[in-house]
Design a binder for this molecule. Structure first.
Ligand code: SAM
Length: 197
């Protein structure tokens, strides 16, 4: 078990929102949703101690870029040390709602994928809307571009918070503590709007 993660949970339970990092099965299911055969721009919201990040880094193209947004300062320092050797990765100790500003500073027009582990269900309504609108806005206008989330509830999908995305696909991952939904929201869905299943 990751001690730093547990420590940060006790320090800030509503922000960290989990006592154990994601399982290997959940990490694989999330990473499987991205195509790394060509260079990609990827943002990760709430990487925690970096369990999903390590798998994305292992798979991603040598010319891809990965931006990590982690609110917790101690976890951000841990991520900076862990990935200091890899120039493709940048760590941003800030709210993921600031992704558009970071892209503008880096002069990067779009993201191909945004992966999120932040606890949306306990976010204040305005913050939730801001993050979801910004995420949609930064995704490239391409068929592959997607927002990929893992959550205990599937409310972003079932309650229509992500109806501005054209298509969504969900699966349930039992092999995690607690079990989670993995949902991929496509900016542009070739099958039209609301491919819910
Ligand atoms: C449930 S943990 C997930 C950690 C890791 N991704 C995993 O799967 O084990 C949520 C993480 O999101 C971070 N977080 C919460 N709200 C955030 C926000 N608005 N911007 C960036 N990070 C945030 C927390 O500090 C915490 O590290």
């Amino acid at each position: 078990m990751s001690t730093i993660f547990l420590k940060r949970f006790f320090k800030n339970p509503f922000q960290v929102a989990s006592i154990v990092p994601s399982s290997k099965t959940l990490i694989r299911k999330v990473s499987d949703k991205m195509d790394h055969s060509v260079p990609r721009v990827i943002a990760e919201y709430g990487p925690g101690e970096g369990c999903h990040t390590r798998e994305i880094v292992r798979r991603m193209h040598p010319e891809s870029k990965l931006m990590l947004f982690e609110l917790d300062q101690e976890l951000s320092v841990h991520l900076e040390k862990q990935f200091a050797h890899d120039p493709r990765i940048s760590v941003h100790n800030m709210d993921c709602a600031k992704l558009p500003e970071v892209l503008a500073q880096k002069q990067i027009p779009h993201c191909d994928y945004v992966v999120s582990g932040i606890p949306f269900s306990i976010l204040e309504k305005g913050k939730k809307r801001e993050i979801l609108e910004n995420t949609h806005a930064v995704l490239a206008p391409e068929a592959h571009s997607a927002f990929i989330i893992y959550q205990v509830t599937n409310e972003l999908h079932t309650r229509g918070h992500c109806d501005h995305f054209e298509k969504a696909e969900s699966q349930y991952c039992l092999a995690n503590l607690p079990p989670m939904f993995v949902t991929k929201f496509y900016k542009h869905g070739s099958n039209g709007k609301n491919g819910k299943h």
